[in-house]
Design a protein around this ligand. Structure first.
Ligand code: AMP
Ligand code: ZN
Length: 672
């Protein structure tokens, strides 16, 4: 007997079991601490004894694998979508159609329609083998590493299971997970995610499975597919899925007539707000598998199932007043203050009014009765005005003419929807907003200086723009609002440390209008230094991937302002990085001197990945078809760019796989 192997097996079994109880059954038996201790021991043993490694060990739940490109996998059996219905009449019609082919009384299984993204997971001999997204129904992306980190997805099965089968279900982001994620984002000064489904889908496509593990995704399963027909009903297959250790939930109901189906729908239409996750409807399935087979499929969906979609809840309330917020780039956002009202389970008090046109198009007036809706988005929308209830004598709502913070006349540029305050230099929310952005985590990452410190420093006249951070002295800080020696030192240290931040982040930190994090990265790569960027012509800027005319103009405008040049000079003198370190990131030079452009819908990889690959291998991405373009890589439904390239005749036109071959032929490994 091998003691180490025994111990490893024991720990794996214990941890798997505890994990199952906690994440699938919602029971906790041991403290987090005990769990962690066992996990640490297992990790250590696996590290010391790599011969026992196993991809389905509970240690793999925390992730660590990077997927550069998610390989495309064909579904052995197509993943259909569902027919939608919005009324009980639709359901009745559907049942009548069924009764034309089936003589018996039909039993139905009603299930929740989880609002996430569907997934197909392959198990062989009780082990998780592969997880693939739905994609276009015929082929999807292999996201196995990322799915392994979802705690409720079993890595190996319990009880009796078919030797080989697929199970399908929905990956969702529970309300709590999204809240937590958004709290973190808020702390970092990032926009919160608005929609749980999109966030779930974005999370599953992160390259780093460790980051996926932290997102708190969950997975509910609802369909078992075996080669031989193992189950006689959908209901039985759900019960068996539960026994195998899958999270199925206890929401499904077996119904013997349409009345029961209707009751199920009505119940969940209101009760859905109390669920820990979002649903967008109910799915009704014919229970008997032989009846399902008889009914078959249309070109797009099974005839034996139908989705009933809930309508977004629309509630009437009153518009009390309008506030105008000033963002860090001076953009003015009108915000409605509403009479508090319960919509989709949460109290709504405010809603964005977007801009002047939105207000004008709706002809909104103070005291109007308005309809507020919460669809898949977290932020409520005003969708309509109840004009019948309008009080006489109300007057059109006028957009403000002056900045609410500094009084400067507002500007609205031609072609722009938003107003902005041009008093960039002295408008307090702009000045402070810029500095908050500057110190934020993804920019200069000075975490000893938060929003409160920024406003304190500003109000005490110590910091008027970001360059002043670098001349601050500890003595100036001590004594400010009970600031202790230690916190003052922390601030000074944090600022000093930030001098090491690389150019791409410094560029982002400057807060140039329309230059976000990704854009800053691209610009830094292409132009190498702030001087290079400043010298770039409009054409050169526009010829950089994704830099459109609007961004190019905004960059030129930024450098045309002498105050910005003074600011940059001061920051340079303080020792900040304004050049890229010679990029050690380059993998090869095989694409040296070659230019690329991607068009159409890519399926083998995302456009960002592809562009990164080009750059890391010495090539360059450009944004339009011209004589300067060497390769046009075409995905599905490529349009005008493809035509133009064909007309030019000088461009090599290749598909995604031929693009990948460029690397593989050179022996470059694209997956890690
Ligand atoms: P739709 O995307 O509106 O066409 O709806 C079809 C999708 O609903 C499927 O692709 C599944 O991802 C999803 N779905 C959610 N819950 C269920 C369920 N209980 N049974 C079947 N499909 C479901
Ligand atoms: Zn202002």
């Amino acid at each position: 007997m091998n003691k180490t192997k025994d111990r490893i097996d024991f720990l794996r079994k214990e941890l798997t079991d505890l994990n199952y109880k906690y994440y699938v059954l919602d029971q906790s038996e041991v403290s987090d601490y005990q769990f962690d201790v066992m996990m640490e021991e297992l990790k250590k043993l696996e590290k010391e004894n790599p011969e026992y490694d196993n991809p389905n060990s509970p240690t793999h739940r925390v992730g660590g694998q990077i997927t550069k490109i998610f390989p495309t996998v064909r579904h052995e059996r197509r993943m259909y979508s569902l027919d939608n219905s919005y009324s009980f009449d639709d359901i009745k019609d559907w049942a009548v159609r069924i009764s034309k082919s089936i003589d018996e009384t039909v039993e139905y299984v009603c299930e929740l329609k989880y609002d996430g993204l569907s997934i197909s997971i392959l198990y062989e001999n009780g082990q998780l083998i592969q997880a693939v997204t739905r994609g276009d129904g015929f082929q999807g992306d292999d996201v196995t590493h990322n799915v392994r980190t979802i705690r409720s997805v079993p890595l190996h099965l319990k009880g009796k299971y078919p030797q080989r089968f697929y199970i399908r279900g929905e990956i969702i982001m529970p309300k709590k997970s999204l809240e937590k994620l958004n709290e973190d984002r808020k702390k970092e000064g990032l926009e919160p995610y608005a929609n749980p489904r999109n966030t779930a889908s974005g999370s599953l496509k992160l390259q780093d499975s460790e980051a996926v593990a932290k997102r708190g995704l969950d997975c509910y399963l609802y369909y078992v597919l075996t080669d031989d027909r193992k189950y006689s009903t959908q209901w039985d297959s759900l019960q068996n899925a539960k026994e195998m250790g899958f999270k199925v939930g206890n929401y499904a109901k077996l119904c013997s007539n349409l009345d029961e189906v209707t009751k199920f729908i009505e119940y969940w239409n209101t009760e859905r707000y109390n669920l820990p996750f979002e649903i967008d409807g109910v799915v009704i399935k014919v229970n008997s598998i032989s009846e399902q087979e008889e009914l078959g499929y249309t070109a797009k969906s099974p005839r034996w199932a139908i989705a009933y979609k809930f309508k977004a809840e629309k509630v009437e309330t009153q518009l009390l007043s309008v506030d105008y917020q000033v963002g860090r780039t001076g953009t003015i956002t009108p915000v409605a203050n509403l009479k508090p009202v319960l919509v989709a389970g949460t109290t709504v008090k405010r809603a964005s009014l977007h801009n002047e046109d939105f207000i004008a198009n709706m002809d909104l007036r103070i005291n109007d009765k308005v309809f507020v809706e919460k669809g898949g988005e977290i932020i409520p929308k005003i969708v309509d005005v109840n004009y019948d209830k309008r009080e006489p004598g109300t007057i059109k709502l006028e957009f403000i003419k002056n900045c609410p913070a500094c009084g400067t006349p507002l500007v609205r540029e031609i072609g722009e929807a938003a107003h902005f305050c041009p008093n960039e230099k002295a408008c307090p929310p702009q000045v402070m907003g810029r500095m908050e952005h500057f110190v934020s985590r993804r920019a200069m990452n000075i975490d000893s200086v938060g929003a409160e410190t920024v406003s304190m420093l500003y109000e005490n006249g110590l910091v008027k723009d970001m360059s002043d951070f670098y001349t601050l002295k500890k003595e100036q800080l001590i004594g400010l609002d009970r600031m202790a020696d230690k916190s003052a030192q922390n601030i000074i240290d944090g600022i000093e440390d930030s001098k090491k931040i690389p150019f791409e982040k410094v560029l982002y930190a400057l807060g140039i209008r329309h230059v976000g994090e990704t854009m800053a990265k691209k610009l830094a790569k292409r132009f190498k230094s702030i001087d290079g960027l400043q010298k770039a012509t409009l054409e050169e800027l526009e010829n950089t991937a994704d830099v459109g005319n609007k961004i190019a103009l905004s960059i030129q405008e930024y450098f045309a302002n002498p105050e910005h040049l003074i600011l940059i000079k001061k920051l340079k003198d303080s020792g900040l990085h304004f050049e890229t370190e010679d990029s050690q990131e380059e993998v090869s030079h095989i694409l040296e001197g070659k230019t690329f452009l991607f068009t159409g819908k890519l399926t083998a990889f995302t456009r960002d990945h592809a562009e990164e690959l080009v750059e890391k291998n010495g090539g360059r991405n450009i944004s339009s078809v011209s004589k300067n373009l060497n390769y046009l890589v075409v995905g599905e439904k490529a349009g005008s760019k493809l035509k133009k390239a064909e007309q030019l005749g000088t461009v090599k036109i290749i598909n995604e796989y031929q693009f990948l071959e460029l690397f593989e032929n050179e022996g470059i490994n694209l997956t890690e």
